[in-house]
Design a protein around this ligand. Structure first.
Ligand code: FAD
Length: 298
């Protein structure tokens, strides 16, 4: 192992991890970012709700700018997947990746989350073409006057359909309905909001630059939309923390206090891994709070 004791290990180099890197760099702390380069920022066709970019900015471009910002303060990054995080008897943390190890007094987990994707043919092509979208909080505004499909199940599909129907568009819920006694109440809510319900679940999606999203249902019916939102939820990447005993909520997000510390002393969490409002602004805010709290304890 590298015997060097760093101030903090930042695991994850997306919006939260890189914001923390900038704060730590400006606090003149010795930190290392460990990142395996799977930020959700890479999937954003163009974000329009990040302050300072009134014309929007493409996700990969924003990520590169964030990396450049952290480099200005000479914060080092290792492109690795952290396999394990241990806590030593003296309270320090050791991260392990590919036979290498790094040690620090504190650890900040900024590992993000993974979108749950449906098992539907053609899904990845739609995502790459930008017609399949994951985040109505981010880009519901752009669906005004458009035909939108929500591919969701149960209460999640219901909530997301109702949320999206607030943007002056035409929404269809295509999914497996809702369980048990909540079904009738859910249907009434959808009807009131003007949301249509497809007759069966989707089997195949086809997209092109100018054809929108063509959804073929299990019953053979073909429906055309401008945009499709899967509403199957997120998997929070919390394993490194929960393996150390950190508490997570039933949906998987890590529990944190007002300073972003998890239930494990010295282990902090920021961004998508610790919240259900998955936004760049929230990730940055978390990271600023966490980095400052850690700095004040060093
Ligand atoms: C299609 C799409 C559109 C979106 N549009 C918007 C938008 O317009 N506006 C907005 O505010 N938000 C948007 N979001 C959400 C936004 O991308 C996230 O909220 C934000 O990236 C969260 O930052 P984060 O740092 O928590 O996670 P991420 O940016 O995902 O970064 C997490 C990093 O941790 C790394 N990591 C995970 N586990 C490990 C490990 N074990 N070892 C090493 N590294 C690891 C990952 O590879 C990744 O680089 C969108 C998301 C998607 C998918």
């Amino acid at each position: 192992m590298n015997d060097d004791l760093l101030d903090c290990l930042v695991i994850g180099g997306g919006a939260a991890g890189l914001t923390a890197a900038v704060y730590f760099g400006r606090y003149r702390r010795r930190v290392l970012v460990l990142d395996d380069d799977e930020s959700r920022l890479k999937w954003i066709p163009r974000t329009r709700n990040v302050l300072g970019f009134p014309d929007g900015i493409e996700g990969p471009d924003l990520l590169e700018r964030m990396r450049e910002h952290a480099r200005r303060y000479a914060v080092p990054t290792e492109r690795v997947h952290v396999e394990a995080l241990r806590k030593e008897a003296d309270g320090s943390f050791v991260a392990e990746a590919g036979g290498r190890r790094w040690r620090a007094r504190f650890a900040l987990l900024a590992t993000g989350a993974r979108d749950v994707v449906p098992d539907v043919e053609g899904f990845d092509g739609g995502l790459r073409a930008g017609q399949v979208r994951f985040c109505p909080v981010c880009d519901g505004f752009e669906t005004q006057g458009k035909k939108v499909a929500v591919l969701g199940q149960g209460a999640h599909g219901l909530r997301e359909s109702l949320f999206i129907s607030n943007f002056g568009n035409e929404v269809t819920l295509a999914g497996d309905g809702f369980a048990g006694g909540r079904r009738a109440a859910g249907l009434a809510q959808l009807r009131e909001a003007g949301v249509r319900i497809a007759e069966s679940a989707p089997r195949q999606i086809a997209c092109g630059a100018d054809c929108g999203v063509r959804v073929t249902l299990q019953n053979g019916q073909v429906l055309e939309f401008d945009t499709l939102y899967p509403a199957l939820g997120l998997a929070h990447k919390h394993d490194l923390a929960t393996a150390l005993g950190a508490r997570a909520q039933p949906d998987g997000q890590l529990e944190v206090d007002a300073h972003q510390q998890t239930s494990v002393e010295g282990l902090y969490a920021a961004g998508d891994v610790a919240v259900d409002l998955n936004q760049i602004a929230v990730a940055a805010g978390h990271a600023a709070i966490a980095a400052t709290a850690i700095h004040n304890r060093l």
